[in-house]
Structures are given as structure tokens and as C-alpha cells.
Write a new protein. Structure first.
Length: 353
């Protein structure tokens, strides 16, 4: 983990797995006047278990870092996020953490914040353009590849699968979709993929999955790009009498993305087969640590970090800390030669309680 004492030592150059040059700090989590650093955090939504978990983690790490919070919730609406950013500016925040779901439309707001010298850290998503201090997310292309490899191997390279896509106005939805499709085309050409756009909406996902099963009852795999589709998918499988063990030829293999407690429980009960554990806890921790570092004038370079991730340069001037996001399965056995974690592993945030 990051050594906070070293982070706050004047003129010190520390290796965070990268070269990082720091300027003088004024005490743990404080500004030049000795008051706590005021940071604005916009929660992107509160209608999924994953984001509700993130919301619970943020104040815990803010307390640990001595950061004072101003929080808003944009409820998956870019207009709300733009308005919330204006509120933060009027409140005098020194930095902002946000997770824009529309990664193109946020550009003008990023320009406004940049003009006011208010550093921004985005978590989970990466803006299509605009200046941010750091992006904190996992490799979302790897999500799609891991889901493809899991379903492809379990189906023996043949059959039909449904991909319940997120929003394609989001870099996450595009990354997961493109990587899954490319992997299926290159590695498992005998599998037919039905892509269903859902805009991260549970009711849309359920309706489209129901329609797809009606026209293609021999579907044998479902890739949910997020746990938003979990409840509806399980309900449809139950209604169709398809909640049967993997040894039954009627079994529909389901892989999700998030790693929420309910998914881990469902894997243990045989209701779904795998998920990619997206680090809600680490998003909260490093979103705040990086915005604090930005306010204090610290800089980072591409390379491995001491917290098990890698900082990459996405484009000129934009860095992204790609946090680990392991595939989680029932037995923790390798899939397509790649390691997985067992669903009840203590290292998974979804099992932390």
C-alpha cells in the first residue's frame, strides 16, 4: 500500500513502483492553513449493489486520510453530474473525484475544472477527452476477455451466448463489448454472440434477455457486463426451468462483472458460474489518495505500483492506474491457462463484510 508518511515528506522522491516527485506538504490531510483538504466526490448512482458498496467505502477512507468530503449523487445522469460539478466549484473544493458514465459529454466540465486548477480523478471510467490527474479503474478489456474465455471453454467452443451490454456511451461498455466480441471471433468462432444493448438498465436487460430466449431457446451462455442484470437474469432462468447444475446439458453458464457479495453467494449456490471482481474498495481508496496527491502537487509516471497494479499512459498527459480485477469461480481453478480465485476467498472485497 502507499506509505502516507513518505507521501507527505517535503521534497522527498519516493518509489511507488514509479518515479514520483513530491512537493512540501503541510501535515496529514491538511491544506496550507492547517484545515482539512476539502474534496468533492460525486457518486455516479445508487441503484446497484456495486455502487452502494463504493459509497460506503468512500467516507471510511476519507476519515483515514483526513480528507473532508462534499458529496453528490448524479444518478446516472450527465446533466446532474455537470450541475454537481458547478456546486463543488462554488463550495471551494480543492479536488474532485467522479465516475462519469457518459465519458464523452463530461469534457466541457473537465475543462472548467482544469481552468480553475481543481484536479480531477475519475474512477471506474475514463473520459474520452479532457484533462484529469489520474484515472483509477481496472482493465475493462480484460473483463470481456475473461468472460469470453470462461464461456468459450465451458461451452467447448460451440453454441449461442447472450451479451447484456452496458452503455456504449461509456468507455467501460465499449471496452467490454469489443474485447468479448474480438475474443469470441478469434478464439471461439463456433459460438454465436447476441449483443443486447441495455444502457446499464436492469429492466431493459431483463426484457431483452426474455425476448432472446423466446427466439433462441437453446442459449447456453450469458455474459452480464455488470451485476445490474443479475436479478432479472436469475428470474428468467428460473422461470424457464434452466437453473440446473453444470453437469446438466440444459445448464446456462452465466458470468458477470462486479464481485458483489450476492454474486459470490450465487456462485457458491450454483446459480451463476463466475464473475470478475471489480475493486469497489480500491476505487474508493485510490480515488481519494490520488486526488489528495494532486492537491499536494505530487506527480506520477507509468510503471508498476506497490499496491499490485500498473500505471499506464493512455494518451499524452493521461495516466491510468489499472487495479487488479480477478476472475472468480466456484473452484478457483485456472481457465484457459489463466488463474482464478475461489468464490469464498478472504481477499475478495465482496467477502469482507
Amino acid at each position: 500500500m502507499i506509505n502516507r508518511r513518505a507521501l507527505l515528506t517535503a521534497g522527498l522522491t519516493m518509489m511507488l513502483g514509479v518515479s514520483a516527485t513530491f512537493t512540501a506538504g503541510c501535515g496529514e490531510g491538511t491544506g496550507s492553513s492547517g484545515s482539512p483538504l476539502l474534496v468533492g466526490v460525486d457518486y455516479p448512482r445508487s441503484d446497484t449493489d456495486f455502487w452502494n458498496s463504493y459509497i460506503r467505502y468512500v467516507p471510511r477512507f476519507a476519515d483515514e486520510l483526513g480528507v473532508e468530503l462534499k458529496t453528490t449523487n448524479s444518478q446516472n445522469d450527465i446533466a446532474n453530474l455537470i450541475s454537481n460539478a458547478q456546486t463543488f466549484m462554488s463550495q471551494g473544493v480543492k479536488g474532485v473525484v467522479m465516475a462519469p458514465q457518459d465519458t464523452a459529454a463530461i469534457a466541457p466540465t473537465l475543462a472548467q475544472l482544469d481552468a480553475k486548477k481543481i484536479p480531477v480523478v475519475t474512477i471506474d471510467t475514463r473520459p474520452d477527452s479532457g484533462n484529469v490527474f489520474m484515472v483509477v479503474r481496472a482493465d475493462n478489456r480484460a473483463y470481456g476477455i475473461k468472460a469470453c474465455q470462461f464461456l468459450g471453454t465451458r461451452l467447448g467452443g460451440k453454441g449461442k451466448v447472450v451479451m447484456l451490454q452496458g452503455g456504449l456511451d461509456s468507455i467501460n461498455g465499449r471496452d467490454r463489448t469489443e474485447a468479448f466480441n474480438e475474443c469470441m471471433r478469434d478464439k471461439f468462432p463456433g459460438i454465436t454472440v447476441f449483443g443486447e444493448a441495455t444502457d446499464w438498465k436492469a429492466d431493459v436487460a431483463a426484457a431483452k434477455l426474455q425476448t432472446r430466449f423466446a427466439s433462441d431457446p437453446d442459449i447456453r451462455g450469458v455474459y452480464m457486463q455488470s451485476s445490474f442484470a443479475l436479478s432479472g437474469t436469475l428470474q428468467i432462468l428460473k422461470q424457464r426451468g434452466l437453473q440446473v447444475p453444470p453437469t446438466d446439458p440444459r445448464h446456462v453458464f452465466v458470468v458477470s462483472n462486479d464481485g458483489i457479495p450476492e454474486e459470490l453467494k450465487n456462485i457458491g449456490e450454483g446459480l451463476i458460474d463466475a464473475t470478475v471482481s471489480q475493486p469497489a474498495d480500491l476505487y474508493a481508496r485510490y480515488g481519494l489518495e490520488y486526488v489528495k496527491a494532486a492537491i499536494e502537487g505530487k506527480t506520477f509516471q507509468p510503471g508498476p505500483t506497490e499496491h499490485g497494479s500498473t500505471i499506464i499512459q493512455v494518451r499524452d498527459g493521461l495516466l491510468e492506474d489499472q487495479l487488479p480485477a480477478p476472475l472468480v469461480t466456484l473452484d478457483g481453478a485456472p481457465v484457459a491457462g489463466e488463474p482464478t480465485l475461489k468464490f469464498d476467498g478472504a481477499s475478495l472485497w465482496g467477502n469482507a463484510g
